[in-house]
Each structure stands twice: as C-alpha cells, then as structure tokens.
Design a protein around this ligand. Structure first.
Ligand SMILES: [Zn+2]
Ligand SMILES: [Zn+2]
Length: 290
C-alpha cells in the first residue's frame, strides 16, 4: 500500500449517497488501494514500474515472479539447492541454482523424506543444525534486499517475510521455541533506523505463531560491516561478537537474517547459542549465495 488511508483528501458525499465513506475504505481494502493509486501511483520498489496484476506491494508482479526461489531438493543442513554431483563440483550458474524450480507451485512442499546433505556440509558441517533460504541472492532479490537495507524501504519486509514463510515454512522442523533476529551493531541500527533482521523476524513470527526473543542474543562488541571484508576475514571479524542468554538452554531457536553469504555471522551466532546450551539451532534467511 502506498500510504495510509488518511492521506486521501476528505471524502464528502451527500448523506443520500454514502458510497465511499472511510468505513467502506477500511472494509474494501482493494478499493482503497485503487483509490490511492489514482492519487499516488504506487511504483515497484525495485524496477519503479507501476504496480499491476500479481503485485506484492511494494514489488510489481514481474519482479515478484522473477525471484529465483529455492525449492526442494535442497541440502537439509545448509539449505542450498542440491544439484547433481558434477554441478556441485563444477560450480553452478544461476540456472543450476534454480534446478528445483520445476517443483515451484507443486504440492510437494513437505520436508525431504530422506535428508540430503551437500558435499560441503558433509565435509565441514556448519555450527547450526539446519538452514533454509527462500531464494538465491541475485537479480531482483539482490536489488530488493539492497533497497530494503540501504535504501530504507521498510515496506519490503512484508513481501520478503511472506516469501520466507511461503518457500520455507513447511520444511521448518517442529518445536521452534523462539525466533531470534541477528542483532545489528548499535550504531549501525541507529544510522539505518531499523534492524532489517528484526523486521523480518516480527512478520515471520506472526505467521508461524512463535514468539520473537530479540534479547536472547546480543552484541558484545561492534564489528566492521561484513560486506566490507573479503570472505577470509569475515569469521575473524565476528568471532566472539555475540552473547546468548541462559534462557536459550534446551530451546529450539530459529535465527533470522536477511542474507546468508559466507555464513560467518550466522555461524558465530550459532556458536554463541550453542555455548549457552541451546537445544536446536536453525537459520532462516530470505536469500543466500551459493
Ligand atoms: Zn518491479
Ligand atoms: Zn549443505
């Protein structure tokens, strides 16, 4: 939605024809949206085209459809799409990542009956028990995440969180006690005005009917932005940067963040939770690189 209904000019109608009262705008949100679009045409947060059919505000239908979703089969441990051994070894292009795309929209959405583990996780298991990502971090998704985080487009939290639940909801294990957003460094959150992981976590929590426990994991110290660092330095940058509260002991915790890149930050968060005796640790991100 482009803005609150209250920005509409006052609607004055003779009592005999009360067709567009504020109440009817509330009752018919689609009508309200159409009315707002006449006044302020809603534009896509990524391509800036007018929002049209299949829109997922603030994304237009074509952008929403162009997101490269990750569908089964995927590695049960890291959530990466499972490809044939040769493409795992040979490096995947974007088509390779989308190899499960033929399953998109099929009723086969349940957990993989026999968990698959990719070669990388088999060789070096991550410190979390499982990870799920909704889409590949490329194209529209990459642009959407950038505009969400760095462009201040908070409204993108809604379609991105919806995508996380739609793509990953049914493959999440049962018994999640709480959702914990990855904490942002205090000064970065003040600069940005929000923690993107927390915005996603709140929406996902409502959809999954699980509480958010942001205080279960805190920053002990500031770190440099991971995106400024080469992959090899990211782990050292975040080592020991987080502390989990004793409340996590024995609990199944789902960590939420926007993107899984090298996994350094999420791995360090998972180590902190493990050190505080968390029972099971999952990771959910809207996007991931390979
Ligand atoms: Zn668009
Ligand atoms: Zn894996």
């Amino acid at each position: 939605m482009a803005g609150p209904v209250s920005v509409l000019p006052p609607l004055e109608h003779p009592p005999s024809r009360p067709r567009l009262t504020p109440l009817s705008l509330a009752v018919f949100p689609r009508l309200a949206t159409a009315a707002l679009d006449l006044v302020f045409p809603a534009l896509c947060a990524v391509c800036e085209a007018r929002l049209g059919p299949r829109r997922r505000d603030p994304l237009c239908g074509p952008c929403w459809d162009a997101i490269d979703r990750i569908a089964p089969p995927f590695c049960d441990r890291c959530g990466g799409p499972c490809a044939t051994p040769s493409s795992v070894m040979g490096g995947l292009d974007e088509r390779g990542w989308g190899m499960g795309s033929s399953d998109v929209g099929s009723p086969e959405r349940g957990p993989v009956s026999h968990p698959l583990t990719c070669a990388r996780c088999a060789a070096e298991p991550p410190p979390y028990d499982y990870a799920r990502s909704a889409a590949v971090y490329a194209g529209v998704m990459r642009e959407a995440v950038h505009r969400f985080k760095f462009g201040g487009r908070r409204a993108l939290a809604r379609p991105l969180a919806e995508l996380m639940v739609e793509q990953c909801g049914t493959s999440l294990p049962d018994g999640i006690a709480a959702i914990v957003p990855v904490p942002l460094a205090g000064d970065r959150e003040r600069e940005r005005g929000f923690n993107q992981a927390a915005l996603l976590a709140e929406r996902i929590a409502r959809r999954l009917d699980v509480p958010v426990r942001a205080r279960w994991l805190a920053r002990r110290r500031a770190t440099r932005p991971q995106s400024d660092l080469p992959a090899g330095e990211r782990l050292a940058n975040v080592r020991g940067a987080f502390r989990a509260t004793p409340a996590v002991a024995g609990r199944h915790v789902l960590l939420v963040d926007d993107v899984l890149t090298t996994g350094a930050t999420l791995s360090e968060c998972a180590r902190s939770l493990r050190a505080a005796a968390a029972g099971r640790i999952g990771v959910l991100t809207v996007a991931r690189v390979r």
